[in-house]
Design a protein around this ligand. Structure first.
Ligand SMILES: NC(=O)c1ccc[n+]([C@@H]2O[C@H](COP(=O)([O-])OP(=O)(O)OC[C@H]3O[C@@H](n4cnc5c(N)ncnc54)[C@H](OP(=O)(O)O)[C@@H]3O)[C@@H](O)[C@H]2O)c1
Length: 231
């Protein structure tokens, strides 16, 4: 990747990160990696006690000094400089509608994959707005909505044996500065490269592709990721 395209330009070291639904596997995994990279991280939950317990467990599991606190989703939305949405698709719209005021002006990173599962395996759901990311943008008109981290396995993020995470994170959005910040955030995870993946109208394919990756994982008993060549 040329210097002009590299995301190192965005200096994000001092930014705090909140994770809505941070008590789940994906939220805990991202929280752990960003805390290890030196960010102050807020775990959000519908239940502050559950968030505090998850935060304390994350801190206790690491030998390094990390800063992780547990808050309600409402408090976490207000506290974080960057706010990651890591809730199930089912609760997505309702949660974001309730937090629209708190999230105004912030970079919001949606990693939600609207998927269904039946006896043939995983499949992409039809979403009226086009994608989870577009739904977020619709209900958060005052926020800088981006989409990223759809293909990152929570198992890998939480595995203390995995130092280098071997994948590219596609970052989508309308706002160049915001997507550059989120690319830089992705690159706080050792091994990861953040790659601009298009406007939000192209988020559906990225979210849907997770169904293919889950099918790969099931067949090959792995945690597959993607790499873009030619950069
Ligand atoms: N797991 C992965 O490897 C992975 C990878 C890439 C992307 N993702 C995406 O990341 C999101 C989270 O995945 P996950 O596996 O961590 O899911 P999860 O464990 O099922 O849910 C995450 C958290 O969301 C909260 N939650 C559950 N239902 C909710 C609702 N109706 N409204 C508001 N909050 C609710 C819960 O926290 P509280 O009960 O504490 O509020 C839960 O701990 C999903 O949209 C998924 O598509 C997951």
């Amino acid at each position: 990747m040329s210097e002009e395209n590299a995301s190192q330009g965005a200096d994000i070291a001092g930014l705090s990160i909140s994770v809505l639904g941070g008590t789940g596997d994906q939220g805990r995994g991202l929280a752990r990696r960003f805390a290890l990279a030196g960010h102050t991280v807020h775990i959000g939950s519908r239940n502050a006690e559950r968030a505090a317990k998850v935060a304390a467990d994350l801190v206790e599991a690491e030998s390094a000094d990390i800063r992780v606190s547990g808050l309600t989703n409402t408090e976490a939305a207000a506290q974080g400089d960057i706010v990651i949405v890591a809730v199930p698709w089912d609760g997505h719209r309702e949660l974001l509608v309730s937090l629209a005021d708190r999230l105004a002006g912030k970079i919001v990173v949606d990693c939600v994959n609207p998927l269904g599962f039946d006896k043939k395996g995983p499949f992409a759901l039809d979403v009226a707005e086009g994608s989870a990311a577009q739904q977020a943008a619709e209900v958060l008109p005052g926020s800088r909505v981006t989409a990223a981290f759809h293909h990152v396995s929570a198992v890998i993020l939480l595995d203390p044996e995995v130092d280098q995470v071997d994948l590219d994170v596609l970052v989508l959005g309308e706002d160049r500065e915001a997507t550059d910040v989120v690319r830089a955030l992705a690159e706080r995870i050792p091994g990861v490269r953040g790659v601009f993946g298009g406007r939000l109208r192209n988020a559906h394919q990225v979210e849907a592709f997770t169904a293919n990756l889950i099918a790969v994982n099931r067949r090959y008993k792995t945690h597959a990721g993607i790499r873009i060549t030619g950069l």
